[in-house]
Design a protein around this ligand. Structure first.
Ligand SMILES: Nc1ncnc2c1ncn2[C@@H]1O[C@H](COP(=O)(O)OP(=O)(O)OP(=O)(O)O)[C@@H](O)[C@H]1O
Length: 269
């Protein structure tokens, strides 16, 4: 089957802003394929290159070598078949929740009426019925994430790229959001590339977990199929004996890399 998203032998080298002779290879020779409808998480130590890889998949960053294919087509500009959700708040503070949700539709030229109808449906789907006229500062952190989720999914992307979208939330809100994402994903089965620091989150959500090495030159060093039953509740699935087993296996690979990453950060500080 043609992958929804294929990273083919990707290397990303950055030139230092301060000293043009200094180079840093963040990602080296990484190949990774995500099938249509597959939920793949990438875990790795802090600063190893997870966001770099995601930015390459989004078409926001051109790799130094290697190529990206989207449903078999080479990616040469912004990935129009992908929707993104990043860690940072991406809502426009001057727009209401509804106007934020429909921004992409307006940009694509949908009529105002059609966009607003669909926007209301999406607000209801993420549990925000009746909150359409609130502005971002009038919403809680979890609600703002729901608006951002609706804003991404309303465009019906075939690929969803998520970079630690819930890391700023408290644990209860985070688990609610994770379950909501799983429900929405279950209904429409899009390809998801999910970046996280949190191994529990990665296992609870995914079909497959990829472990990246500490940088420089990060690349996959482990790949684990998550054969846990679905539908899942992210809080309950953590008690499943197979979850505990998978956690142990993956942590065995991840632990040394996390320690290396931590040492590097200490040296850099
Ligand atoms: N535009 C850039 N110019 C120079 N170096 C960069 C650039 N973007 C990223 N880097 C470096 O590449 C490495 C990987 O960064 P990246 O943000 O991809 O890591 P990450 O795994 O997502 O980090 P975190 O887990 O902390 O979010 C880091 O050392 C970072 O400093």
């Amino acid at each position: 089957m043609t992958p929804a998203l294929l990273f083919d032998d990707i290397t990303c080298t950055f030139v230092s802003k301060d000293d043009r002779s200094q180079r840093y290879t963040a990602v080296a020779n990484t190949t990774l394929a995500i099938a249509p409808g597959e939920f793949v998480s990438v875990v790795g130590p802090t600063g190893c290159g997870k966001s770099t890889l995601l930015n390459v998949g989004a078409g926001l960053l051109q790799p130094s070598s290697g190529s990206v294919k989207v449903f078999g087509e080479p990616l040469t500009a912004i990935n129009k078949r992908a929707g993104y959700m990043f860690q940072a708040e991406a809502l426009m503070p001057w727009r209401s929740a509804l106007q934020n949700v429909i921004a992409g539709l307006q940009y694509r030229g949908h009529s105002e009426k059609e966009a607003e109808e669909l926007g209301e449906q999406w607000l209801a789907r993420v549990g925000l019925q009746g909150f359409g006229d609130r502005y971002p500062h009038q919403l809680s952190g979890g609600m703002r994430k729901r608006v951002a989720l609706a804003q991404t999914l309303i465009l019906d992307p075939d690929i969803i790229l998520m970079d630690e979208p819930f890391s700023a939330l408290d644990i209860q809100t985070r688990q609610l959001m994770e379950n909501e994402v799983l429900d929405l994903w279950n209904a429409k089965k899009k390809a998801v590339l999910f970046i996280t620091h949190d191994l529990d989150e990665a296992i609870a959500m995914s079909d497959r977990v990829i472990v990246l090495a500490a940088g420089p030159g990060t690349h996959p060093i482990g790949e684990f199929k998550i054969d846990l039953p679905r539908p899942r509740d992210v809080a309950e699935i953590r008690m499943h004996p197979r979850f505990v087993e998978l956690h142990q296996q993956i942590w065995d690979v991840l632990r040394d890399e996390v320690l290396k990453g931590y040492q590097q950060q200490k040296r850099a500080a």
